[in-house]
Design a protein around this ligand. Structure first.
Ligand SMILES: [Zn+2]
Length: 485
């Protein structure tokens, strides 16, 4: 620990001079290696804390104080044995069904509830927390930001002035895209190594890392969650499972703390898959049971439902539609606030009704450094809320999309169907297996509302696995969102 402390001080001293001279030198606190950085530790923490507020508010945290406290206590224990124990560490579960975890600069670590559902022990969870802690102690996102800042100095970035019209995928808002960017393969290997260090320092069985990497390697990027999946932000450095096994062999650490039953009991009843109350696509339309609304995007468009917006992109990628909440108490107020923005020109607007709802519809033009965009906007009052429905495309393409936009905007309507309003989410149900049985037998005896393959995957069972008498196992109950597997 002494040499680690020394290198930590060097980094701080170096960062202080750096601010003045802009010469970049630093020693990595976790690895002791030299690193390139334009970001001081104070800036690193500040950036991470700002982004944390955006994630907490924008993505939303999973509503279970007990589970949140549990994840935080395990994470804090691991951070305390890292090279940077004094950072403002926090460990939270975001309310997202995807299999992912991510770290923000200087302390905040997040697990998606989807990855929580795939852990089968505290040791497995500790391996992922350790990996994310490693990204922070080794300052990987800070290095990425330094590179991105350099790019901005060297290149003229083409900026869309109107924040509502940021490109598809940047709806999470200011700067978060940069913070969730993909790490390099070297960073991944290094974080695996650091994660191994932290979990074994606390006496966890490092086999948990092997089991977890196997699950993550088998996972495919498929779901439409708000945050990307593990593989897209943590690229596989190659032979990750083998590397983890070799680490165990070299260290000669055998066994350790696993806490399988304790972990499974904690996640009993946890939501699994999409939360119907946040809205979903079904039968060619988007329905939102809590907001009692529905609308249609054109067939064949890529769609995404994130906490702040519902989005669609044309197959050619040259047109975008999005539905969000608008500012203002009336459609008129919301329209004025939108059309009065700098860089945006109103081409026309009129009051109308859409499926019995009061609305303002208009067309607009935005000038960007790459040319002009034309769009249609609908501001519509439903209940106590005003919604904004936008469709836009390069001016030269408006002829192609004008009718498509018009049709989509006019599909905005109230939704009062009981079957969608009362839809129950899927949940994990932890079962104590009464006698030794095969996976197939378990599936018959304790039915799930997901496929046998999914049950196998979330339990980490390989082909031919036999479940031991008295062990705990996961099944999934509740109807869930149609088509969500
Ligand atoms: Zn990673």
């Amino acid at each position: 620990m002494n040499s680690d402390d020394a290198s930590f001080r060097i980094t701080r001293a170096c960062a202080a001079t750096l601010m003045l001279s802009l010469s970049a030198c630093a020693v990595n606190p976790a690895t002791g290696g030299r690193m390139f950085s334009l970001v001081s530790e104070g800036q690193e923490i500040e950036m991470g804390q700002q982004a944390m507020l955006q994630v907490d508010a924008g993505m939303g945290l999973y509503d279970s104080p007990g589970l949140q406290a549990y994840v935080d206590s395990v994470g804090q224990g691991m951070a305390a044995v890292s090279e940077r124990p004094d950072l403002p560490w926090s460990f939270k579960i975001v309310d997202d069904p995807v299999i992912n975890a991510f770290a923000l600069p200087g302390g905040p670590v997040y697990l998606a509830r989807g990855i929580m559902a795939h852990f089968n022990s505290e040791a497995e969870m500790a391996s992922v927390l350790g990996h994310e802690i490693g990204h922070i102690t080794a300052r990987h996102s800070v290095e990425q930001i330094s590179r991105a800042q350099l790019m901005q100095i060297g290149l003229v970035a083409s900026v869309v002035l109107v924040p509502e019209l940021r490109p598809f995928g940047d709806v999470l808002g200011g700067g978060l895209g940069i913070l969730l960017m993909k790490f390099g393969r070297d960073d991944e290997s290094q974080s695996d190594e650091l994660g191994f260090r932290y979990m074994t320092r606390l006496g966890y069985d490092p086999q948990g890392a092997v089991d977890m990497f196997e699950i993550l390697e088998r996972q495919r990027d498929a779901s439409g969650g708000a945050i990307p999946e593990w593989q897209s932000t943590h690229p596989d450095p190659g032979n990750r499972v083998l590397a983890a096994e070799q680490r165990i062999a070299t260290s000669q650490i055998e066994g350790g703390v696993v806490r399988q039953d304790q972990y499974l009991r904690r996640i009993d009843g946890m939501m699994f898959g999409k939360d119907p109350s946040q809205g979903f696509f079904v039968e060619g339309r988007f329905v939102h049971p809590d907001l009692r609304l529905q609308f249609r995007f054109p067939e064949g468009w890529d769609t995404q439902n994130v906490p702040t917006a519902v989005l669609a992109q044309s197959p050619e990628g040259d047109a975008v539609m999005q539905v969000t909440l608008a500012e203002g108490a009336t459609p008129e107020e919301a329209a004025t606030a939108f059309f009065d923005q700098q860089g945006l020109e109103r081409l026309g607007a009129r009051s109308r009704t859409v499926n019995g709802l009061r609305a303002v519809q208009g067309t607009f033009r935005v000038t960007t450094e790459q040319g002009t965009l034309d769009g249609q906007a609908l501001f519509v009052k439903h209940g106590d809320l005003v919604f904004r429905f936008l469709g836009y495309t390069p001016t030269s393409r408006m002829g192609t999309y004008a009718v498509t936009f018009e049709r989509a905007l006019e599909s905005f309507a109230p939704m009062n169907e009981e079957r969608w309003i009362n839809l129950e989410p899927r949940r994990l149900d932890i079962v104590r297996v009464p006698s030794e049985m095969t996976v197939e037998r378990f599936f018959m005896r304790f039915p799930s509302t997901v496929t046998l393959e999914t049950v196998r995957r979330i339990n980490g069972w390989r082909q031919g696995h036999v479940i031991a008498e008295g062990s705990f196992a996961k099944r999934v109950v509740g109807e869930g969102v149609p088509g969500d597997e």
